[in-house]
Design a protein around this ligand. Structure first.
Ligand SMILES: [Zn+2]
Length: 63
């Protein structure tokens, strides 16, 4: 099978159904290798809900 994203022949591909409001250019099922799949999942979560900026307070280590 071939990955639709990186065009490599991979033994395993995962079908990604892209949400319509995620990216209209890619609003179709894609076959992705696991690497591209997780990359897309990351992109999706970043686009969907932006991470709160620097939520963790700085910790000062006592010396
Ligand atoms: Zn790929």
């Amino acid at each position: 099978m071939r990955c639709d994203t990186c065009r490599q022949d991979v033994p395993l591909v995962m079908r990604v159904v892209v949400a319509k409001d995620y990216n209209r250019m890619l609003a179709r099922p894609l076959y992705n290798c696991p690497a591209c799949f997780s990359r897309k999942e990351e992109a999706k979560s970043v686009a969907g809900s932006r991470l709160p900026a620097e939520k963790t307070p700085r910790t000062h280590v006592k010396e």
